[in-house]
Write a protein that binds this ligand. Structure first.
Ligand code: PLP
Length: 449
């Protein structure tokens, strides 16, 4: 049996200053973090600097970073392209925020349209949260219906309407389980659970049944086309959901905040060749600065044009002081342009696949059952409790083993945050891959002993 406590203990001994930073912060900053997802027990690591694919914590420990600011940093930390983009903003505009229209907005809109043909018009926001909020508002206004349908275990940011079943609550094995909406935040007003229908990912026949039953109430279906950024849709699942929602007069929203510019440059919609009505983007789009965007069919998007009416009740409201600010747009635009250079994106996918393959082989050589799962430049790792199950269906992923692996990996200098997926960047090169495989080798030894 793996001794999780001693794996944790040796890591905690290496990170005493992070513990002190946490103790100092936690009464002023709940949990010591700027977002609940950023916490892990017994205390989150505190960092001082970052460069390229590396981060350094307050104890001076260096890590190859696979969290990459939750996937946002496709060019790693402090890339020259992003630094130059910021210089360019100063030189070209002399300000960090106009708050009113300027040329870069259209330049970025056209770039997005070029990569995402389903996007005929676009509005910028400051976060992915705001993007899914606006997308839902547009979809409900367009259909004039009252309910949204979302998938069990899908995360769309921290607003009331989507803080339901953000983690898995349904049991796919029970044929009649209703996947009852479950609030994932304290005292969420019952309005939201009452107006949400929960769907099972990759179970087309039950989605069909549920959507047909509630077709008169459901205005939008919102989903992560690749669940949690790394669990792929079943073959044809997205295409069938597309067909079904079109038939039932329901707006289909792809939340591509994680998958945009990561599963493919044109997101999961390009990879799986499915055009949603609306798309939410974020993360990579901002080149490391705060951003979100909603784009899609022109007839839906134009519902938020103030030209529709002087009467606010006839226009979908959308505003934000920093929407479309030059820092985020320029850093994002230059990042996307860099990624579209011949071979650049493919190289990141190749590195990702190489890492996945080597991690799985290393696991095997340690007699551990290891699986990786993912698409494009994101993957996650599962470790089974028993070594070498005799078939894939016997593979029982173990939370305990994963936690042991995470603490071993952090000890050996790999950071993705415990239980989190791995994101790869353009600056994860040969030496980072070697350092990573070396750390995996040692960590697998630790957890197989
Ligand atoms: N949607 C998805 C799929 C996400 O992964 C996230 C963030 O992780 C969001 C929305 C929210 O984005 P943000 O954190 O920028 O508000």
């Amino acid at each position: 049996m793996v001794d999780l406590e001693s794996l944790k203990k040796r890591f905690l001994e290496k990170t005493r200053r992070s513990q002190i930073a946490f103790e100092n912060a936690k009464s002023s900053i709940p949990g010591g973090v700027q977002g609940n997802i950023k916490f892990f027990s017994p205390y989150p690591l505190s960092f001082t600097t970052a460069e390229g694919a590396w981060m350094t914590d307050v104890d001076g420990n260096r890590y190859v970073d696979y969290l990459l600011s939750f996937g946002a940093l496709m060019l790693g930390h402090g890339h020259q392209v992003v630094r130059q983009a910021i210089e360019e903003v100063w030189e070209r505009y002399g300000t960090t925020s106009f708050g009113v229209p300027y040329d870069l907005e259209l330049e970025m809109a056209s770039t997005i349209q070029g990569l995402y043909p389903s996007i005929q018009a676009v509005r910028f926001t400051n976060s992915g949260l705001e993007a899914t909020l606006l997308a839902l508002r547009l979809g409900l206004a367009y259909t004039n219906k009252t309910h949204i349908a979302k998938f069990d275990g899908h995360y769309h940011g921290g607003h009331e309407q989507v803080l339901i079943n953000t983690t898995l609550h349904g049991s796919p094995s029970k044929a009649n389980d209703s996947f009852a909406p479950h609030a994932d935040s304290l005292n969420l007003p019952p309005y939201y659970t009452d107006h949400t229908i929960v769907l099972p990912f990759n179970d087309l026949s039950r989605c069909d049944q549920i959507l047909r039953k509630h077709r008169d109430e459901i205005g939008v279906v919102l989903l992560e086309p690749v669940q949690a950024g790394y669990i792929p849709p079943a073959p044809l699942f997205l295409k069938e959901i597309r067909k079904l929602t079109s038939e039932l007069g329901i707006i289909l929203i792809f939340d591509e905040v994680k998958t945009g510019f990561r599963v493919a440059l044109g997101g999961a919609q390009q990879y799986y060749d499915v055009a949603p009505d609306l798309t939410a983007l974020g993360k990579v789009l901002g080149g490391g600065f705060p951003i979100g965007a909603v784009g899609g069919r022109s007839d839906i998007m134009q519902l938020c044009s103030p030209q529709r009416s002087f009467d606010p009740s006839e226009v979908v409201f959308h505003s934000g002081t920093f929407n479309g600010n030059p820092m985020s747009l320029m850093a994002g635009l230059r990042t996307i342009q860099y990624l579209t250079r011949p071979g650049c994106f493919d190289q990141i996918v190749t590195t990702t696949n190489l890492l996945r393959h080597q991690i799985e082989s290393l696991g095997q050589s340690h007699n551990l059952a290891i699986r990786t799962n993912g698409v494009g430049t994101i993957f996650n790792i599962e470790v089974a409790e028993t070594s070498r199950p005799d078939s894939d269906t016997n593979f029982q992923a173990s939370k305990f083993m994963r936690e042991a692996l995470d603490f071993a990996l952090m000890y050996h200098g790999i950071f993705s945050k415990p239980f989190n997926r791995f994101s790869i960047s353009a600056v994860h090169g040969y030496s980072e891959v070697q350092a990573t495989l070396d750390a995996f080798d040692k960590s697998f030894s630790d957890i197989s002993n």
